[in-house]
Every structure is written in structure tokens, then in C-alpha cells.
Design a protein around this ligand. Structure first.
Ligand code: SF4
Ligand code: SF4
Length: 81
């Protein structure tokens, strides 16, 4: 699958509300078993992010920074791939 987006998650801001998990259309976010400094579980990103920003919109604690790639796929990918 071409990688069309990427998110950077500020795990120390996360309160562990899990709103981002069902909000992600391709379901590429999942909660980890790890805790941050305030004792909250936080999400991690799997492969397949589209850069849609749904997580960024839903997160009440502004944990997400979203990147969208202009040219999906690896360097050298043809237009439309
Ligand atoms: S929506 Fe934000 S605060 Fe809630 S679990 Fe996801 S990253 Fe953490
Ligand atoms: S930008 Fe969209 S696809 Fe990527 S993690 Fe956030 S909700 Fe999921």
C-alpha cells in the first residue's frame, strides 16, 4: 500500500481517551500497552495512514501532527500510483 500520509503523535499530551481510534478511517491507529508520564495509554501508528486528518480533528489534546505526501509511494513512483 502506498503511504500517503504520516502522523507524529505527542504521546506526553495524550490523556488516553481513545477517541482517535475509531475516528481513523483506515484503522491504522491502535492503543499501546505503554504509559506516558501521567499514566495514560497512548496510540501508535500502523502502516497505511492516508493523511486525512481525522485524528487531528477529533483529538481534544492536540496530540497529532499530520503530514500529507504529495507523491504517494516510493521515490520514482509514476503519477497515479
Ligand atoms: S484522541 Fe488524543 S488524547 Fe485521546 S487517545 Fe487519541 S491521542 Fe490520546
Ligand atoms: S491522518 Fe487519517 S489515516 Fe492517518 S492516522 Fe490520522 S485519522 Fe488515521
Amino acid at each position: 500500500m502506498s503511504q500517503r500520509g504520516h502522523v507524529v503523535i505527542d504521546i506526553e499530551r495524550c490523556k488516553g481517551c481513545e477517541l482517535c481510534i475509531p475516528a481513523c478511517p483506515p484503522q491504522v491507529l491502535r492503543m499501546t500497552g505503554e504509559h506516558n508520564r501521567i499514566g495514560a495509554h497512548y496510540p501508535e501508528l500502523l502502516s497505511g495512514c492516508t493523511g486525512c486528518r481525522a485524528c487531528w480533528l477529533v483529538c481534544p489534546d492536540f496530540c497529532f501532527e499530520v503530514w500529507q505526501f504529495d507523491e504517494p509511494g516510493a521515490p520514482g513512483a509514476r503519477p497515479g500510483e
